[in-house]
Design a protein around this ligand. Structure first.
Ligand SMILES: [Zn+2]
Length: 700
């Protein structure tokens, strides 16, 4: 596939001519070039980086990407770049606002229009609504490479920004006039650093194109895209604030990559099951964007594009699924990967063997949701770039052409949520007097972080906690109230209700495995007591006695907790002992290790990491060792020395297993999570049987 055609910058064009002209003119031309550079010529990525992003074996790290965007901001009146927070490792997290020159000058005006449309209660009448729809812009977000080994989108973001900043064709102008793009070059910049460093270090070695030997998010690794309902991570917190407290994008597009032996690209409509809390109209809009992308890709004869496959709309907490509960249209795309930035050759036989894709029985046979098969061959980062650029342009083009429709619909979704519906409670109550006040306060902080309205009482309310209950019970002061009929109704219901994953069986009788998490009821996950309020006595009259909780310290004051130093501040250490705690950390990147470290850090519990080398040499002078969830193979054998340098390969080895046995025999405590139990049960010869291995899904 052809690479992005980036027009040569004017200075480069002049250099071609300059050989044929006299020396005197050359000086004038050079001076002119310098002037252009100083006064607003839009720099191409190549002029800044020295290469075209997504060319084979090139990679821009986070410093280079932010440097390019800073230069674009300086040179183009269509681009303004803002830092929206710091990442977990302290890197700048940035968003590039891209729109027409006139729109960029009035960004805050358009932000306010979007915020008003998000809350219909702030709009006084039809005339005001008509005015907002007429004058607003479609707010679109495109976010790249949250999964950092899915690296191409982060590089593509510079090509997309340059094309929008420099293009003067009719389509680009239509996009710029009608939309404001919030382009997030990466929602996990720390991972871009980790991957770029590893890729460069291993280029030309046996390890070229492998995943780095560590988690690509300090705590969460790949799970950094499972945090959008719980906001544990600095990145999720910052982007959630940008989206659901400030800009309220109508369209959110998160750009991912899948495996190599797969379809070339998966876009919506998605696969089943569907979550009943997503309005059907939003699902239709998601599908419409997907089909526009598919049609534009087909017009370019790009083969291997699948819809209605693999990814479902059940789960709540992904980057593109959380927006459904905020009345927005969330889009995910998954391009087939190369080996990081190195091209790969995909064999037809390997594609033929892939028979496990939901919605795609056979990658080599055309189907309604996969009409043009891709039969193997060379696959390069530039191919991924072209697909993702085409999809991004398709999305932006829809956002521009149907601007009033998207804005009006966005308002309508919020408006519908304000009305009571049969079978829904009036509110959820977080009851007063719970022992774990710190956790309750974090829970409320998470809700408010997502833009959910939380209220405190100034007078006692009387409530029926059960729809069948006949009399009202007094609810004590100090309880918190989350009313269901607010613009974010579906978010409230989805976070408080218990999910029941539909009973789905495959043709052979096996239970179908959900793509992602099947249940996420937030108060249950956090151990917070709550109850639905099916009826509040005289709610309309009592409404004026409710006080909106504006920030977390107001909530903490109600619970007599100390003020927090920062948002989502660390919690006090709950342990009363000074045990020396060790947490095993191998090179295979265990997400469970990362999350365990996150818990220890959040609650300020001192610990040290225990390496493969510590295990092998018996450096285990500890009271407690935690083995996070990982397979026996991963812990004992670790990374393969055929692909990884010696220092990262080999796991804890047999020596490590023997040293662990000695440690336990000597009175040390060993705590195993999930999968790591299997390793210990087997290697320690424990008289314990694990029930699940060998159990068929039909019997489960
Ligand atoms: Zn991904």
């Amino acid at each position: 596939m052809s690479k992005l055609q980036s027009p040569k910058s004017r200075c480069e064009a002049f250099r071609v001519v300059k050989a044929s002209i006299r020396f005197g003119s050359l000086i004038v031309l050079t001076a002119y070039c310098l002037l252009l550079t100083a006064y607003g010529q839009v720099p191409s990525p190549k002029s800044v980086l020295g290469f075209n992003p997504t060319d084979d074996k090139t990679i821009a790290d986070w410093r280079q990407i932010t440097d390019y965007f800073a230069k674009l901001d300086k040179a183009s009146d269509r681009v303004t770049v803002k830092e929206i927070g710091k990442t977990t490792n302290g890197n700048p997290l940035i968003v590039a606002y891209i729109s027409s020159k006139d729109n960029i000058k009035k960004l805050d005006k358009y932000r306010q229009i979007s915020a008003k449309l998000a809350d219909p209660r702030t709009i006084k009448d039809d005339a005001e609504l008509a005015d907002l729809v007429k004058n607003g812009k479609t707010i679109v977000s495109i976010s790249c490479s949250i999964h950092s080994t899915e690296i191409v989108a982060s590089q593509m973001s510079m090509n997309l920004a340059y094309q929008l900043a420099s293009g003067n064709d009719v389509d680009t102008k239509e996009i710029l006039d009608n939309t404001i793009l919030l382009l997030i070059p990466s929602s996990n910049p720390d991972g871009i650093e980790i991957v770029a460093n590893w890729y460069r270090k291993t280029l030309g070695t046996k390890s070229e194109g492998t995943s780095p030997p560590e988690l690509y998010h300090h705590y969460a690794g790949h799970d950094d895209n499972r945090d959008w309902f719980m906001l544990n991570l600095a990145e999720t917190q910052a982007i959630t604030k940008l989206f659901w407290q400030q800009w309220f994008p109508q369209l959110v597009y998160d750009v991912h990559q899948q495996g190599q032996n797969a379809s070339r690209f998966i876009i919506p409509p998605f696969f089943d099951p569907v979550n009943p809390r997503i309005p059907p109209s939003i699902l239709r809009e998601v599908g419409l964007i997907g089909y526009k992308m598919a049609a534009d890709l087909q017009a370019k004869n790009i083969a291997g594009v699948a819809t209605n496959s693999t990814y479902d709309t059940w789960w709540h907490g992904g980057f593109r699924s959380a927006p459904y509960y905020h009345n927005s249209i969330g889009i995910l795309s998954e391009a087939a990967s190369a080996n990081l930035m190195s091209p790969v050759t995909v064999k037809k036989e390997d594609l033929a063997r892939n028979r496990n894709t939901r919605g795609l029985a056979n990658l080599l046979e055309p189907a309604t949701n996969y009409p043009d098969t891709w039969n193997g061959g060379l696959w390069r980062p530039a191919d991924i770039n072209e697909i993702e650029m085409t999809a991004s342009r398709a999305l932006l083009s829809m956002a521009a052409k149907y601007r009033p429709r998207y804005l009006r619909q966005f308002y309508d979704y919020g408006k519908a949520n304000l009305a009571a519906k049969a079978g829904e409670p009036q509110a959820f109550i977080v009851t007063a007097g719970q022992p774990n006040a710190g956790t309750v306060s974090r829970f409320l902080e998470i809700l408010m972080g997502q833009g959910i309205e939380v209220y405190q009482m100034t007078h006692e309310l009387h409530v029926k906690m059960d729809p069948k209950q006949t009399d009202f019970h007094e609810m004590p002061l100090g309880s918190f109230l989350i009313l269901v009929n607010q613009p974010e109704k579906n978010n409230v219901l989805s976070l408080f209700e218990k999910q029941e994953y539909p009973h789905r069986l495959l043709a052979n009788g096996d239970a179908e495995v959900p793509y992602d998490v099947a249940g996420w009821t937030l108060p249950l996950q956090m151990g917070v007591d709550y109850a639905p309020a099916w009826q509040i006595s005289d709610l309309d009259k009592q409404r004026s006695t409710l006080k909106r909780v504006e920030n977390i310290d107001q909530a903490r004051a109600v619970m007599n907790l100390p003020v927090q130093a920062t948002p989502f501040a660390k919690q006090p250490n709950p342990l009363k002992t000074n045990s020396r705690i060790g947490l095993y950390k191998g090179f295979t990147g265990s997400m469970d290790e990362g999350w365990t470290r996150f818990v220890l850090d959040t609650f300020q519990i001192p610990f040290r990491s225990v390496s493969d080398k510590d295990m092998r040499s018996g450096n285990l002078d500890l009271d407690v060792i935690i083995l996070p969830a990982d397979s026996e193979n991963s812990i004992v054998k670790g990374l393969n020395a055929e692909r990884y340098p010696e220092e990262y390969a080999g796991g804890i080895g047999e020596a490590g297993v023997e040293n662990l046995k000695k440690y336990v025999a000597g009175g040390g405590k060993l705590i195993c999570f999930d999968d790591s139990c299997a390793m210990v049960i087997k290697q320690f010869n424990l008289p314990v049987k694990i029930f699940f291995p060998g159990l068929k899904r039909t019997n489960f």
